[in-house]
Ligand binder design. Structure first.
Ligand code: ADP
Ligand code: MG
Length: 809
């Protein structure tokens, strides 16, 4: 391509003017010069005569307005920014007065920077060392730029200029800041190492270069005043094409890969070279990540914008069935169906799986009562226990709760100390716990098989209990007197009560008893079944103040069999006293036991109406529920298959058998208003989330702008060296993205610790995998945005301006 006769550089009538504000000043004018390889040109002239302008035009850092510059015969007046960049990359090495090495990089890194065209890092290192030996810096390769003397810096720059192996080396007063001894050495070195290149040295001290220069050009007032050959140029070996294979030949993909790799390497080097900036970035990114996590955590509601609702509580493999003919499924039918369908398990009265109930726990530490919504779980063997055992008795439960419950339950000994009260209707004993970290999950209470049945009955009954009325009509066979008592609402399930026992009291009963002559000597005693009128609204007083005046005993006991209350309507079924047995007294031990157990309720007066309340044994309740609800009205049941996929596979077969089956992962369209409210709420949260992101981004660029500006000079140097802009851009992105690594690790650890500690778990809504992906994406977006702004600022000014602005000279 290159003709031997074509000069390397040809300047034809070049003119450059500077227009600043309203001032127009001439940089250079009418410059006609031709340069060849092997020349060592000294340019002198007074300050302001245009020497630097000449070099800047030659280097392509400044454009010219007049004339034409030919590079190996090719005109350049039509060059665009990227052409100049390519030109600089291939042809130019620039040496400045104030060194322009990257102070935060080591000598070696500074030189390697110019060797990016060598792909193999080992070879790159080797070549850098070789060049540093040539400039006599082999002992200082690991020193940081900032630690070097002026002469050492300029040697580094020379090594760097050689590393590029470009045909043209331009030096603008390279020895301006050095003493005369070092100056001479630098010039000699330059001559030595750049024998076959075109070297143009601007100097105001011609004597320094006199011994080496082949040509002397003096500039006066922007024009060439003298152009004088001093000695012949060194013979130049035939100039091979540029060290880099010409861009036409090189494979684009390979080039891209190399650019990317160089960007990565440079980013990494930059990250390590400026530890303060890097640490600052890491801290900034960590804070950002933590804020994002926090914001994500507290706006978790916004995710329900996209969430779907299931018709039933989702339990893996659970399928809810009803008969299509509307008939009630019998126990036998369900058992057989489960076996036929290959279900792992089944649950007949499954409504409690889809409900939550309020449960109060007494805090083991401060004794405060805490309320929680819990759902029922079954079977208990579903969960892995962290402590305790599985329930054996009906009133024993396993709690599956967030780790923060450790505070409430106490670290150990919960079995002895904690008694949650279910609906205030029954007392349960916690025998085992299973902790989890996801505090967005509803806590569960898990029971034994029969315990689940009873608990379901209690839960259902407690919801409905104000629909039950008891109107007990007692008639005395002997005198035909009829007594009434009624009760409503307050029902307690006592697991220790003998079966078929029912207690009630009312003034009328008392009167009735008196009429019956109960409390008198010789009344019949029965212990198999009993009703004891435990209390009325002010039973306690009654008991204590009226005891002695009331026949001198605890004489309020009557015994009947199960009272059959009505269901679903106000006060109903009447009970005839006929046929019921009664005894006079309960044993002293039992009475005291009851008093102790219900003492606090009496004291508080909570839930005790004047109508009195009923204490039932679980068996009585269950019997009632079976008789009046389960076998009369409850049509649903659940089958449990191995997983949802298998469950879906069974739906068709169940249909054929006459059932409607819904796998519990199926979603439904909920109520319009509910959706609206939920979406509004979610939308508001999403808005908050976005606001937070915007705020964080603004805050971040505010914080980092100064720190990043500090490296502005370095970037300009890299560009002046002809490092491709893309590589520099990538390196900026890489630098910020590297800071994400510690930020991510720290945030992950923080989240893990926060969620694992009982003391902090409940403070922050739990983050799920999707949330972490969201946080990561936001973090990356924030980092990219920051880098983008930084890049934009770094490349907004021309290299020359940045370098001049940054120079101390
Ligand atoms: P030298 O390097 O010989 O001291 P320069 O090439 O820097 O001289 O400057 C030549 C002329 O161009 C001077 O008059 C100077 O004021 C002017 N000049 C140089 N750079 C600029 C610039 N960026 N803006 C305006 N005028 C400039
Ligand atoms: Mg100058």
């Amino acid at each position: 391509m290159t003709n031997m006769n074509t000069p390397l550089l040809e300047l034809k009538n070049i003119g450059k003017i500077y227009v600043s504000d309203s001032n127009v000043s001439v940089g250079i004018r009418g410059v006609d010069l031709t340069f060849s390889k092997g020349e060592f040109v000294a340019v002198t002239g007074k300050s302001g005569s245009g020497k630097s302008t000449l070099l800047n035009v030659i280097s392509g850092m400044d454009t010219y307005e007049e004339g034409e510059m030919l590079v190996e015969g090719e005109p350049t007046s039509h060059f665009l920014q990227k052409d100049w960049e390519e030109y600089r990359k291939q042809y130019i090495s620039f040496i400045f007065q104030d060194y322009n090495i990257i102070e935060s990089f080591t000598v070696l890194q500074n030189v390697e920077l110019a060797l990016m065209h060598i792909e193999d890092p080992g070879k790159r290192r080797e070549r850098a060392m070789e060049l540093l030996r040539r400039v006599g810096l082999e002992k200082h390769v690991r020193h940081k730029g900032s630690k070097l003397s002026g002469g050492q810096k300029q040697r580094t720059v020379i090594a760097r200029a050689l590393a590029k192996d470009s045909p043209i080396i331009l030096a603008d007063e390279p020895t301006g800041n050095l003493d005369s001894q070092s100056s001479k050495e630098i010039i000699r070195l330059l001559r030595e190492v750049a024998e076959d290149k075109l070297v143009v040295v601007v100097t105001h001290n011609f004597e320094q270069v006199e011994d080496y220069a082949t040509r002397h050009i003096r500039i006066f007032d922007g024009a060439v005043e003298l152009d004088h050959t001093i000695r012949p140029t060194t013979s130049v070996r035939d100039h091979a094409p540029m060290p880099e294979a010409s861009p036409m030949v090189s494979n684009t993909a390979r080039k891209t890969a190399n650019t990317l790799r160089n960007g990565l390497v440079l980013g990494r080097v930059r990250f390590g070279a400026t530890p303060k900036l890097s640490v600052f970035l890491c801290i900034l990114m960590t804070v950002t990540a933590l804020v994002l996590a926090l914001v994500t955590s507290f706006t978790y509601d916004s995710r329900s914008l996209f969430s779907e609702r299931t018709m039933f509580t989702h339990v893996e493999g659970r399928t809810v069935i009803v008969r299509r003919d509307g008939q009630i499924i019998t126990d036998e039918e369900l058992e057989k169906l489960a076996a036929d369908m290959g279900a792992e398990n089944y649950l007949h009265y499954d409504s409690m799986l889809d409900r939550t109930v309020g449960v109060s726990f007494e805090d083991a530490e401060n004794g405060r009562v805490q309320w929680y919504e819990v759902s029922f779980g079954y079977p208990a063997s579903d969960v892995k226990l962290d402590a305790g055992r599985y329930p054996e008795k009906d009133n024993e439960v396993v709690l599956e709760v967030p780790i923060s419950f450790k505070n409430h339950l106490g670290q150990d000994g919960f079995e002895e100390t904690v008694f949650p009260l279910l609906f205030e209707m029954a007392t349960y004993k916690v025998v085992g716990v299973s902790y989890y970290y996801d505090n967005s999950r509803t806590p569960r209470m898990l029971f034994s098989e029969n315990g689940y049945r009873i608990a379901s009955a209690i839960a259902f009954f407690s919801n409905q209990r104000y629909n039950f009325g008891y109107n007990i009509e007692l008639s005395v066979p002997e005198n035909e007197t009829v007594y009434h008592t009624s009760m409503q609402g307050d029902t307690y399930i006592d697991f220790d009560l003998p079966s078929k026992t029912y207690y009630a009291n009312d003034g009328s009963i008392t009167a009735f008893l008196a009429d019956m002559g109960i409390g008198k000597e010789g009344a019949p005693e029965r212990e198999d079944v009993l009703i004891h009128t435990v209390m009325s609204g002010n039973f306690f007083n009654y008991q204590y103040y009226y005891d002695h005046s009331y026949g001198g005993g605890y004489g309020n006991g009557i015994i009947v069999d199960v009272v059959k209350p009505g269901y679903g309507e106000e006060s109903t079924v009447q009970h005839s006293f006929d046929g019921y047995t009664m005894v006079w007294d309960v044993s002293e031990g039992m009475k005291q036991d009851l008093e102790t157990r219900y003492y606090e309720r009496w004291q508080e007066g909570s839930g005790i109406s004047n109508a009195g309340f009923m204490v039932l044994s679980p068996d009585i309740l269950l019997e009632f529920m079976y008789e009046h609800y389960y076998t009369q009205a409850y049509t649903q049941a659940s089958l449990f298959f191995e997983n949802d996929r298998e469950a879906h596979g069974k739906v068709e077969r169940l249909r054929e058998l006459g059932y409607t089956a819904v796998v519990s992962d199926e979603t439904i369209e909920p109520d319009v208003f509910e959706v609206l409210e939920e979406k509004l709420n979610a939308g508001f949260n999403a808005f908050l989330f976005l606001m937070a992101i915007v705020f964080v981004t603004a805050f971040l660029s505010l914080c980092s702008s100064r720190a990043m500006n500090a490296t502005r000079g370095d970037i300009a140097i890299m560009r002046s060296m002809g490092i491709p802009t893309t590589v520099v851009r990538i390196s900026i992105y890489v630098q910020t993205l590297i800071a994400l690594i510690p930020a991510t690790v720290i945030t992950a650890i923080t989240c893990a610790v926060v969620y694992m500690l009982p003391q902090t778990n409940y403070l922050f809504p739990f983050l799920h995998a999707g949330d972490y992906i969201l946080i990561a994406s936001m973090l990356i977006l924030v980092a990219l945005n920051l880098s983008r702004k930084y890049v934009k600022r770094m490349f907004s000014d021309s290299v020359k301006k940045t370098l001049k602005g940054g120079s101390k000279a």
